[in-house]
Structure formats: structure tokens, C-alpha cells
Design a protein around this ligand. Structure first.
Ligand code: ZN
Length: 305
């Protein structure tokens, strides 16, 4: 009896912690699910990133695949309640697990997967498989049904996708958040899908080994010059251009200060210590990402000109 009580308590707790997936309409024909701000865990089912879907007269175009096939399946089930139509294309904003690992569901439904040419490279080199093995070991059961596959279409530079009256201008970017970032623009709606390039009041992860903070700043300036009403990112609520300024602010703050401290001859430990408390320490994910960002930018600045 006592064990049953404990069991029920733990069960109730895990339901309370597991975030529910609720499909929301962002605007006419554009839908999203909003993951929580956290690292992946068994408790949150890896539901810590967003996915989007655009309904066209010839079927759905989805943006990002969430962290697991279970989550992307739930996402698709929700879409089918809005409109039973095929998933025609799946655009993957970059190779990180929370954007790519649920891709199996889309493949099984016959969607054409579109990604940056470097995501194919990441897959072909065997690095993707090694990273998945690492994730499986680290997170146990969470990623057990993840199956990776090469994209069907790769973007080398630019690509225009048209389907059922809607256009998507897809740009493959030089290294920024990763070396596999896609920027996806819907010119008629003035909507821009930004993956993890833009974050609002949340500390970005800049620690990917293929990331470039210098490249990120160039991309962010480029975004600022675009005619955009709504930015839809891999995390956060729908954003406006002020989010770009937030991301530029944090990135420049780190780069400028690390540069200065290096010139003063400070060691990485001293730099870390000096940049521990700062105006950004109140933002979400600070504890998780800030320290590794400092470390990564320090080594980036070593090799820049
Ligand atoms: Zn990412």
C-alpha cells in the first residue's frame, strides 16, 4: 500500500513535470508548438524546442523535427486535427538534436527533407552517428527510437521552394550558430524562421565546435536589414526585431570583453571569473550556457586574424 502511494506520487509528479504539447496558431496558416526552456531530460521528454508548420493548398510544410520521433509524431497528429493533408516538405534549421532527431516521423510519412549541405556532410562523415551514440549514452532511453537519415534535398546557397500558393526562400548560411544553419523566409507573410540564430531574453548556446560568433553577428546584421514582421525561432515565443538586438547585444558583449581581457594578458580562468556576473546573468539558460560560451569565444578569438 505504501509503495503504491509512492508510485502514484511519482507518477503524478512526472505528469506534472512533463510539458504538454499544445498546437497553437501563430497567424493564418502558420502553426507552432512551443518547447520549454531547459536541457533535454526523461522528465521533459526532450520537448525543449519549437516546431512550426505551414498549411498550403497542397499539403503541409514543417520546420524542424523536435528531439524525438515520439514528439514529432505527436506534432503531426496535432496538425492532422487541423487539416488532414500530406506532410510534403520538412525543413531542418540545423543539425542539433532538438531540431533534427525527430526526423524519422517525417521520412516515414513521405516528406522530402531539406537541409544545409553541411548537414549531409555531418551525416556522411559518421559524426552524426557518433553524436547520436553519445546522446543515447548520456540520456538513456530518451533517444532510443531516433533514426537519422540523409536529407533528400540539400541547399548549397539559396533555394526557392514553392508549394500550394506559398513561397519559401531558403538560404544556407556560412558558419554562425552551427555550420548547418538555414534561414527560411516567407516573403508574402514577412515571416522569418530563424532556428537558433535569434533568441530573446534567453542566453544563446555558442559552444558548438562549428559555430562562429563573428559569422553570427554578420547574419544578425543581415536579418536586421530584412523586411520581417515576425521571427519564429527554435526557442522563445514568436519574436520581433528587438530579439535580434538582444542576441547582438550578448554576442558583442562577450566578444568585446573577452578581447579586452585577453589584451590585458588575462588567462581563461581570470576571464571566466571577470565575466561571471554581468547584465545577462538574469536571463534563462545563463547557468547552462554562459560559461561554455566564454570558453568557446576565447578560443575563436585566438584564431581570428
Ligand atoms: Zn541549436
Amino acid at each position: 500500500m505504501r509503495y503504491l502511494k509512492i508510485f502514484l506520487f511519482v507518477l503524478a509528479l512526472s505528469f506534472a513535470l512533463a510539458p504538454e504539447m499544445k498546437l497553437r496558431r501563430v497567424q493564418e496558416d502558420i502553426y507552432m508548438v512551443r518547447g520549454m526552456d531547459a536541457l533535454p531530460s526523461l522528465e521533459n521528454r526532450g520537448f525543449m524546442s519549437n516546431a512550426f508548420a505551414v498549411l498550403t493548398s497542397e499539403g503541409w510544410v514543417v520546420i524542424d523535427a523536435l528531439s524525438t520521433p515520439e514528439l514529432s509524431k505527436e506534432f503531426v497528429d496535432n496538425l492532422m486535427k487541423v487539416k488532414k493533408a500530406p506532410i510534403r516538405y520538412a525543413l531542418i534549421t540545423h543539425y542539433h538534436p532538438d531540431h533534427w532527431y525527430g526526423v524519422k516521423t517525417y521520412k516515414e510519412l513521405g516528406a522530402k527533407v531539406i537541409a544545409h549541405k553541411n548537414l549531409l556532410e555531418f551525416y556522411n562523415s559518421g559524426e552524426a552517428r557518433m553524436a547520436l551514440e553519445g546522446s543515447k549514452q548520456r540520456f538513456g532511453e530518451l533517444f532510443k527510437s531516433v533514426e537519422l537519415s540523409p536529407p533528400d534535398v540539400v541547399v548549397e546557397d539559396r533555394m526557392l521552394l514553392k508549394l500550394g500558393g506559398k513561397s519559401f526562400e531558403i538560404t544556407a548560411l556560412p558558419p554562425a550558430h552551427t555550420n548547418s544553419d538555414l534561414l527560411i523566409y516567407m516573403p508574402d507573410a514577412k515571416v522569418l524562421f530563424t532556428g537558433d540564430l535569434v533568441l530573446n531574453n534567453r542566453i544563446p548556446f555558442m559552444g558548438d565546435r562549428n559555430a562562429s560568433s563573428k559569422g553570427l553577428l554578420l547574419v544578425l546584421q543581415r536579418i536586421k536589414s530584412m523586411d520581417v514582421k515576425v521571427l519564429l525561432g527554435g526557442h522563445n515565443e514568436p519574436m520581433d526585431m528587438s530579439a535580434v538586438d538582444f542576441t547582438i547585444g550578448y554576442t558583442s558583449f562577450l566578444r568585446d570583453n573577452i578581447k579586452k581581457l585577453k589584451e590585458e594578458g588575462k588567462s581563461i580562468d581570470q576571464i571566466r571569473e571577470a565575466l561571471k556576473n554581468n547584465p545577462y546573468s538574469k536571463y534563462v539558460m545563463y547557468e547552462v550556457f554562459h560559461s561554455s560560451n566564454v570558453f568557446k569565444l576565447d578560443s575563436e578569438l585566438d584564431v581570428e586574424e
